[in-house]
Design a protein around this ligand. Structure first.
Ligand code: C2E
Ligand code: MG
Ligand code: MG
Length: 593
């Protein structure tokens, strides 16, 4: 493991919060600080000694108590230069206040030797004691600053050290030099590993991972531990960063065995290059954002490009507009996508999908604003708005003779909100809709954030009588035994199955297993993303209960959906092909989405 580099020892928290403390510590640190500071300290001591001599002489000699002024230069000397400084200044003050200084200036009476020797001994004693105190304090400051710059778990230099180092490298860079490259590497799904195995295991994993990465580095490249599961390095070229990044990702993707428990995770790398005028914090943020992108997309390396950052920032900037849209109720609407019974062709339900027409930017897809909303309390308001509007719509179509189940997507935030079940119950009673008509869709990934809490939340919802569907089934990494325990009524097979089931017979086998298992557990299965006739046929052959997809119908605005419902009912009654959908060109014209 590398030794922490020498750096100015004042911990950053003291530097930032307490300028007086900083000044004092600078003083205490004179031994290690710049020669200029040391020179200033030495001059201060000499000046204070001279001033003491002048004061004592001017006030009539050592008979009077002004000789005590000598403690000032002694303490300054001790705190500036440690025990040696204290003793030296004590000796100098003792001599100055010794033979050259009369007992009484006016009468010219000299001091007795005993007199000045006792005083000089006191000066030496105070010099030694203050020097010891200063040295102890200095050692304490050193230890503190070491702690402030080291990660407790890996003993590597930490984020504070990393930021300072990048700042220094950026400041030292000349315009003709290659750009500074920041690399962030981390263990994939580290938070899930903590949840599954606990903190001691994750800490140990972090340590072992740091050893693996250190082995790949040359002695000149420093490894920093910037956050649990996350490391960083600084490079002189993008090629170097890419090549070491690939090795890092491979190393962290290899099996770990800690305390006899094996784990297989993944390694991901984010790389950002410093452009003109960029600061250390921004460069670090960019490389961490790239790491998260790599982790999400399950890629080994993602290199920063400004476009992504602008997009992300603009999505975040959209949040106030979204808040306004929720408050005013304008610009947000629901589209409905039919869910058909694959045996009879009847429309059994509809999934409510949110649409946002931004006043300036035009339509914004849910995939662009929902992940940002999920990070804020807006998500709860948004879900309530969707449930409220869906239930009102359901009531209208019920009155026209359509008995449909309404599928509404909820987010991880709703699952974590203790009041969510109660507010859903209130909405159901406001609209006088029977609870089983509402099916709430949750994704496997949302459940995995905190499996135990999610389980409790689902149980509360089911007590209300509403249905629960597992959305995008097959995209997560949860075990079958965990899924089997989930209190869900419907499984929605992810659209990727629909795309692959035609070409790959093995996917067909997997779907059959999933459908059989779901039926045994009393659950229904919806196949999502059906776009072709042959995919539809496959899912029918595999005994899927329901289907949803562009072949059957795209998501439609409420009025269009109502028209579709009437047409579809007629087609089924007349024995026409219920799965023919609509003329795709015509639909595209109506619904560009
Ligand atoms: P999802 O819940 O899996 O919704 C299905 C998505 O697949 C919808 O995209 C739908 O338009 C699209 N889709 C349907 N059939 C096909 C097909 O045959 N082929 C293809 N390629 N796509 C098809 P959309 O409306 O863009 O929604 C995307 C995601 O945004 C949804 O995925 C859901 O996770 C989220 N979302 C949409 N509305 C809401 C909402 O009100 N609340 C929450 N929390 N999430 C929502
Ligand atoms: Mg859904
Ligand atoms: Mg889905």
């Amino acid at each position: 493991m590398k030794e922490e580099p020498a750096r100015s020892g004042t911990p950053p928290f003291l530097k930032r919060r307490n300028p007086l403390g900083d000044w004092f510590l600078q003083f205490v640190e004179t031994e290690r600080s710049r020669p200029a500071t040391r020179r200033w300290a030495a001059l201060t001591v000499l000046a204070a000694l001279a001033a003491t001599y002048a004061i004592v002489y001017a006030t009539g000699g050592t008979r009077y108590s002004y000789a005590h002024f000598a403690y000032v230069p002694i303490v300054i000397g001790a705190f500036s230069f440690g025990i040696r400084g204290g003793l030296l200044t004590g000796l100098a003050a003792g001599l100055l206040m010794g033979p050259p200084m009369p007992l009484e200036v006016e009468s010219g009476t000299a001091q007795s030797m005993h007199n000045w020797l006792v005083r000089a001994s006191f000066f030496l004693l105070i010099g030694a004691l203050s020097g010891i105190a200063a040295d102890l304090l200095r050692r304490q400051v050193k230890a503190l600053s070491r702690q402030a710059y080291r990660d407790r778990m890996t003993r590597l230099p930490n984020r504070a050290a990393y930021l300072e180092r990048i700042e220094a490298v950026l400041a030292a860079r000349r315009p003709s030099d290659p750009p500074v490259v920041a690399l962030t590497v981390g263990i994939g799904n580290f938070e899930e590993l903590i949840l599954s195995f606990g903190y001691p295991y994750a800490d140990q994993l972090y340590r072992v991972a740091s050893d693996r990465l250190l082995q790949l580095l040359s002695p000149e490249t420093e490894l920093f531990a910037i956050r649990a599961g996350l490391f960083a390095t600084i490079h002189r070229s993008a090629e170097e960063a890419r090549s070491i990044g690939a090795k890092f990702a491979r190393a962290l993707g290899e099996r770990f065995e800690i305390g006899g428990i094996p784990t297989l995770s993944s390694g991901h790398v984010g790389i950002a290059m410093a452009q003109e005028g960029i600061d250390a914090l921004t460069l670090t943020r960019e490389s961490i954002a790239c790491f998260h992108r790599a982790e999400k997309a399950n890629e080994a390396i993602v290199v920063h490009d400004g476009r992504f950052d602008r997009l992300r920032q603009s999505t975040l900037r959209l949040l106030p507009d979204l808040q306004e849209a929720i408050r005013s109720g304008n610009c947000l609407s629901l589209h409905y996508q039919p869910i058909l019974d694959l045996k009879t062709g009847h429309c059994k339900g509809a999934e409510a999908l949110l649409r946002w027409e931004h006043p300036e930017l035009g339509p914004i897809p849910p995939g662009d604003f929902i992940p940002a909303a999920e990070k804020t309390a807006l998500m709860g308001e948004l879900t309530r708005l969707v449930i409220d509007r869906s239930l009102r719509q359901m009531k209208q179509w019920q009155a026209e003779g359509f008995e449909l189940d309404f599928y509404v997507n909820i987010s991880v935030r709703d699952l974590e909100d203790e009041r969510f079940a109660a507010s859903t119950a209130k909405l159901l009673s406001n609209h006088a809709v029977p609870a089983p008509r509402l099916v709430l869709e949750v994704t496997e990934n949302a459940l995995m954030r905190d499996p135990a809490a999610a389980m409790r939340s689902l149980a509360r919802l089911r007590q209300l009588g509403v249905g629960v569907a597992l959305d995008d089934f097959g995209t997560g990494q949860s075990s079958l035994s965990y899924l089997a325990k989930l209190p869900v009524d419907v499984i929605k097979l992810d659209a990727s199955f629909a795309h692959e089931v035609e070409a790959d017979p093995q996917v067909g086998v997997v779907v059959r297993l999933a459908v059989d298992a779901a039926h045994q557990l009393g659950q229904k299965v919806v196949a999502e993303g059906i776009e072709t006739r042959s995919a539809l046929q496959k899912f029918q052959d595999l005994s899927c209960d329901f289907g949803q997809g562009y072949l059957l119908s795209r998501p439609l605005a409420a009025d269009t959906f109502r028209g579709w419902l009437f047409d579809h009912r007629l087609s089924v009654l007349r024995g026409k092909d219920a799965f023919a959908g609509q003329d795709p060109q015509g639909l595209r014209r109506m619904q560009p989405h």
